[in-house]
Design a protein around this ligand. Structure first.
Ligand SMILES: O=C(O)[C@@H](CO)OP(=O)(O)O
Length: 206
């Protein structure tokens, strides 16, 4: 019974590099992002992971990251489920704006609240709570049963859709989640107990 869940945020995207709010916009990976994805795949290979199934969002940066990891793992034929529920938080009216310009316009504190608070949505967009309201049910109905069946499951997704998942898995409070950052291309490994609680969490940094 392995019950392994691996979460990976996509590699650096073109808009991460340009410092733009991205949300549901669909930029590709930078060269660095491609390297980060390959390196995540190599780390997982070194650890001996063989996945039973994979999940990703409907956005190309996460899909490409997953494909690159699976190439490194020699698992290009793996079944992949793509679902909009795993998409990045919708940044609403901020999408496409430069983050420093936004800080100049609305102030450092307001922008930080929009980016990292639990329940304050950016204008026209989703709060982390709103994002969780679609990520958590999808996780419980579609992903968790594969893990609990003894599987080894990989999820390639986004900074905030993964913050929502990590919040639930780690039992974080709304105050604690404010400080949680998910690095690009760094696999986060969870091994679950038979009652779905976390037996082990490891972040596979360099
Ligand atoms: O722009 C975005 O969609 C996200 C992830 O890159 O940014 P932030 O870290 O500000 O939530």
């Amino acid at each position: 019974m392995s019950r392994i869940l691996v979460l990976v945020r996509h590699g650096q995207s073109e808009w991460n590099l340009k410092n733009l709010f991205t949300g549901w916009k669909d930029p590709g990976l930078t060269e660095k992002g491609v390297e980060e994805a390959k390196s995540a795949g190599r780390k997982l290979k070194e650890e001996g992971f063989v996945f039973d199934t994979a999940f990703t969002s409907e956005l190309s940066r996460a899909q490409r990251t997953l494909d690159l990891m699976l190439e490194e793992l020699g698992q290009t034929g793996l079944a992949i489920t793509r679902d909009v529920a795993l998409n990045e938080r919708d940044y609403g009216d901020l999408s496409g704006l430069n983050k420093d310009d936004a800080r100049k316009k609305w102030g450092e504190e307001q922008v930080h609240v929009w980016r990292r608070s639990y329940d304050t949505p950016p204008p026209g967009g989703e709060s982390l709570k709103d994002t969780g309201a679609r990520v958590w049910p999808y996780f419980i109905h579609d992903i968790l049963p594969k893990v609990m069946a003894g599987g080894t499951v990989v999820v390639a997704a986004h900074g905030n859709s993964l913050r929502a998942l990590v919040m639930a898995l780690d039992g974080m409070t709304p105050d604690q989640i404010v400080a949680e950052e998910i690095a690009t291309g760094v696999p986060i490994l969870y091994r679950l107990n038979a009652d779905t609680t976390v037996a082990e969490k490891r972040v596979l940094k360099d």
